[in-house]
Design a protein around this ligand. Structure first.
Ligand code: TYM
Length: 339
């Protein structure tokens, strides 16, 4: 008789249903890893619609975009049979746990979160929700006892806070939460804005510097060909060449070639050649995704069924965690009165 297989590691990650579609950075830093981890891990992927509210989107747009985002995840290779796909707001336990964790979070600790500092510094009006964002994120992760959290480099600090809160809770109330593995970045984890390669590509900035997964081939080509590059002519990745480094990173992800190999290919050739090749590679990468997306979106009933099924599966895990948490922190269990 063969030995029983050890349980698969639990993986959890989320993405906000904002913008017109996901952008290239979301794919590179997060979603491509999600699709690749589904065989060896027990995966939970969700649409962070409550986190999206920090941007106060139009209500109808948020609803539509949440459904579109499910179609986009499936088109990018997330498989709802192998992974649990759900909407954060369908599980009220997330907010409940976030409140309990917020009572263990220092005000100064939350104030040091750089995403909050950056967003506030950029002039966006800062709400209590924006400040609280990382605590809700910690609740998302700890609820499912996640071993690993595939996220882009910009989310590293939020994961560190999550680990601190898990340790604090376990220390005070007894072992309850799994500590998610620390962030292990890989090369190409951070994609920069094409028009300003000193800042990250982001859904909230948008414009000519952002490539959307669902952009049509002409738009993708135009945006990449108009990318801001650096002084000099040599195609090589270096700190003083943020624009070229970004294009090489994108090329490496889209073609599978390593950056040193790509640098070799461009010896004696210029930035124009690089841009043309990157544009063609990204067009080829996303063309089949757009096709699958259109087909999936044509069947909203199926997308809703995916979310309903996901909420059922996620709910079982969430309720198990919350039953333990409520008891450990000392909340009196409600008595069910028979009618
Ligand atoms: P969101 O929607 O802003 O980003 C989703 C994922 O995309 C990554 N990402 C990038 N990676 C590389 N280069 C870029 N330019 C780039 N832009 C975005 C982000 O790091 C992220 O992994 N806070 C999360 C949503 C969330 C979450 C969670 C994630 C809420 N709860 C629990 C994991 C676990 C976010 O940044 O979403």
């Amino acid at each position: 008789m063969s030995a029983p297989r050890p349980p698969r590691p639990r993986v959890l990650s989320g993405i906000r249903p904002t913008g017109d579609s996901f952008q290239l950075g979301n794919y590179v830093g997060a979603v491509r890893h999600w699709a690749a981890m589904q065989d060896e891990s027990d995966c939970f992927f969700f649409l962070a619609d409550l986190h999206a509210l920090t941007d106060t989107p139009e209500p109808e747009r948020l609803r539509t975009r949440t459904r579109e985002a499910v179609a986009e995840l499936l088109a990018l290779g997330v498989d709802a049979d192998r992974s649990t796909v759900f909407a954060q707001s369908h599980l009220p336990q997330h907010v409940e746990l976030s409140w309990i964790l917020s009572c263990l979070t220092g005000f100064g600790e939350a104030s040091r979160m750089t995403q909050f500092q950056d967003k506030t510094a950029s002039g966006a009006s800062s709400s209590v929700g924006l400040f609280y964002y990382p605590v809700l994120q910690a609740a998302d992760i700890l609820m499912y006892q996640a071993d690993a959290v595939p996220i882009g480099e910009d989310q590293r600090q939020h994961l560190e806070l999550t680990r601190d809160l898990a340790q604090r809770f376990n220390g005070r109330y007894g072992q309850t939460f799994t500590l998610p593995a620390p962030y292990a970045g890989r090369q190409g984890e951070r994609i920069k804005d094409l028009q300003d390669p000193t800042r990250k590509m982001s859904k909230s900035i948008g414009g000519a510097g952002t490539v959307w997964v669902l952009d049509d081939p002409r738009t993708i080509t135009k945006k990449i060909k108009s990318a801001v590059t650096d002084t000099g002519r040599e195609v090589r990745a270096a700190d003083d060449k943020p624009g070229v480094t970004n294009l090489l990173t994108i090329a490496s992800v889209a073609t599978g070639a390593s950056i040193p190999d790509l640098e070799q290919t461009y010896v004696g050739r210029g930035y124009g050649d690089l841009k043309g090749d990157v544009a063609a590679a990204v067009v080829e990468l996303f063309a089949p995704v757009r096709e699958r997306y259109d087909a999936l979106l044509a069947d909203p009933g199926h997308l809703d069924a995916v979310l309903a099924d996901g909420a059922g599966r996620a709910g079982e895990v969430a309720e198990r965690t919350m039953t333990a948490v409520r008891e450990r922190v000392g909340l009196l269990a409600p008595r069910r009165t028979p009618r």
